[in-house]
Design a protein around this ligand. Structure first.
Ligand code: SF4
Ligand code: SF4
Length: 448
C-alpha cells in the first residue's frame, strides 16, 4: 500500500500535540521530527509532493520505535506506527534496501538451520572475543553504522540453539486433551534458550502433546523494516507448518511473535486464499502469557503434589528455573516487577495477566514500576541500528526500574529481555531479569 493510499488516515491528525507526552523518542530528543505529529506532517508532505523521497527521510521514518504509544494518547487514534511502516515500504522501493537486510531477510530468517549455524558462528566469535577483533577492524560496520557500538548488548550467546537440543517434533505431555504447537521465535531459539526450555516444560505439564514446530521467523523484522515481499514469504512458510500439524492451539513465548502471528490476515490482504487460511488459524494463536493465565484461571486444573515436584526437580529443573529459585528463596519475599512489551500491551491488549501470574507466586512481593508499558528502546533490532537513541529510551526505563528496588524484572519478549539485561549491566543494578515462563516454571517446583 502506498503512502498516498493512507491520505485520509494521515489527515486525521489535527496537530493537537497530545502524542508528545507519550512518545519515548520525543521525550528523549525533543525533536518534532521524532514524534507522531512530525512524522505524519512529513508523510503528508510526500503525498502533496512538497517533499521528495531521498536518504534524508531515513531518520524520520526509521527512528520510530513502532511502539504505538502515540495512538493510545491520540483522541483520533491515528495509527502512526502502521502509517510509518507503510511509508518505509515505499521508501525502500524508491531509495533501496541495505545489503545486510537482504542477507538477513532473504538468506537467514526463512531457514532456521542457517540461522542456527550463523548464531553458532557469532557465539564462537563473541565468546572467544573474536567479534572485538572484527569490530576493531571495522568489519561489523557492514551491518549498520551502530552495530559496532551495540556489540556489547548481548552478553554471551549459547553455543546450542533451543531447537538444536530439543528438536522439532511431537513430545508427550501430562495433560489429557490439548494438542499444543510451540512456535519458537528466533530470539528464544538462539539467545534466550533457558526461557524456551521453561516454556516447553510448562506446556508439557498442560498439554496432552507438545509439538515443537519447525517454524521460521514470524516475519516481524522484515515487516517492521518495510519489506513486505520477504514478510509474505516467511508468513507463507509458517502457515504451511501450522496446517501440516494436528493442533488445538499454537503458543509462543515471544510477545512480538504472538502479536505478529495474529496480524497474518492483514499480511495477506492481497491474497484471499492465504488470508482465509490465516483467518482460520487466528483463534489458535496464543501469547504464552495469556495461555498460562487462562490455564491457571480456567479450564485446566493443575495442582502439584510433593511427588510431582520432586520428579520435576529430577527430570526438568532448568538453569533458568534454578536461577529464579536462588533469588526467590531468601528470608524475605523477593520484590518482582514487570515490563510490558509493546507487542503485548498495545499489540494484543495483554496487561493484567502477567501481573496476576506474578502475584500468585510464592515468596514474591509484586511492585509496579512507573511507565511499565513504555517501550524499552529494544524494538527488535532498533538498538543495533539506532544505538544512541535506544540508550536514551533505555536509561529512562532503568531509572524507573531502580526506583522499584526490584530483585527481579519479568517480561515476555526476548528482544526486551536482551535490551533490559544490557541496561541492568550498564547501570550496575543487581536486579535479575527472567522470562515469565521461567517464573511459572519456578512455581512448578513449589508444593501446593
Ligand atoms: S495526538 Fe494524534 S491528532 Fe494530535 S498531534 Fe498527535 S497524532 Fe496528531
Ligand atoms: S510509535 Fe512510538 S516512537 Fe513512533 S511516533 Fe508513536 S510513540 Fe513515537
Amino acid at each position: 500500500m502506498t503512502v498516498s493510499a493512507n491520505y485520509d488516515a494521515i489527515a486525521q491528525c489535527n496537530k493537537c500535540g497530545f502524542c508528545h507526552v507519550a512518545c519515548p523518542i520525543f521525550r528523549a530528543t525533543g525533536h518534532e521530527s521524532g514524534v507522531a505529529r512530525g512524522r505524519l506532517a512529513l508523510l503528508r508532505g510526500i503525498i502533496e509532493e512538497r517533499v521528495e523521497w531521498n536518504e534524508d527521510m531515513e531518520d524520520p521514518l526509521f527512528t520510530c520505535l513502532g511502539c504505538g504509544a502515540c495512538t493510545t494518547n491520540c483522541f483520533g487514534s491515528v495509527p502512526t506506527a502502521d502509517l510509518v511502516l507503510n511509508a518505509r515500504a515505499e521508501y525502500l522501493d524508491n531509495v533501496g534496501k541495505k545489503p545486510a537486510h537482504r542477507l538477513l531477510f532473504e538468506h537467514l530468517l526463512p531457514y532456521p538451520k542457517r540461522l542456527h549455524a550463523a548464531a553458532k558462528a557469532v557465539a564462537l566469535g563473541k565468546n572467544s572475543g573474536a567479534s572485538k577483533v572484527a569490530n576493531a577492524l571495522g568489519l561489523l560496520r557492514i551491518f549498520g553504522r551502530d552495530l559496532p557500538k551495540a556489540e556489547g548488548i548481548v552478553e554471551k550467546l549459547p553455543m546450542s540453539s533451543f531447537r538444536g537440543t530439543i528438536k522439532p517434533g511431537q513430545y508427550q505431555g501430562q495433560g489429557e486433551e490439548l494438542k499444543i504447537g510451540y512456535f519458537v521465535g528466533c530470539g528464544v531459539d538462539v539467545i534466550q534458550v533457558e526461557a524456551g526450555r521453561a516454556t516447553f516444560e510448562s506446556l508439557k505439564k498442560i498439554g496432552k502433546s507438545v509439538t515443537v514446530l519447525d517454524n521460521c521467523c514470524c516475519g516481524l523484522p522484515p515487516w517492521s523494516y518495510g519489506d513486505v515481499g520477504n514478510t509474505t514469504l516467511l508468513a507463507e512458510k509458517n502457515l504451511k507448518v501450522f496446517t501440516a500439524a494436528d493442533l488445538d492451539v499454537i503458543v509462543t513465548d515471544c510477545s512480538s511473535c504472538a502479536s505478529f502471528l495474529k496480524k497474518y490476515p492483514k499480511v495477506f490482504q492481497d491474497d484471499p486464499q492465504n488470508q482465509e487460511l490465516a483467518d482460520q488459524k487466528l483463534p489458535m494463536i496464543k501469547d504464552v502469557v495469556e495461555f498460562l493465565y487462562a490455564t491457571e484461571h480456567g479450564t485446566v486444573e493443575h495442582k502439584r503434589s510433593s511427588e510431582e515436584v520432586s520428579s520435576y526437580h529430577d527430570s526438568h529443573a532448568a538453569v533458568g528455573t534454578e536461577a529464579v529459585q536462588e533469588v526467590v528463596s531468601g528470608d524475605r519475599p523477593a520484590v518482582v516487577t514487570y515490563h510490558d512489551p509493546c507487542h503485548a500491551v498495545r499489540g494484543q491488549g495483554i496487561k493484567s495477566e502477567g501481573r496476576e501470574i506474578l502475584k500468585s507466586l510464592p515468596n514474591v512481593e509484586f511492585k509496579e514500576m512507573a511507565e511499565a508499558d513504555w517501550c524499552c528502546g529494544g524494538a527488535g533490532s532498533y538498538a543495533l541500528t539506532h544505538y544512541d537513541l535506544s540508550q536514551k529510551v533505555l536509561d529512562r526505563k532503568m531509572k524507573n526500574l531502580k526506583n522499584t528496588g526490584a530483585d527481579i524484572l519479568v517480561t515476555s519478549c526476548p528482544a526486551c529481555m536482551i535490551q533490559l539485561g544490557w541496561g541492568i549491566r550498564k547501570h550496575g543494578l543487581k536486579t535479575r531479569i527472567f522470562h515469565i515462563s521461567e517464573m511459572t516454571a519456578y512455581k512448578e517446583t513449589v508444593p501446593q
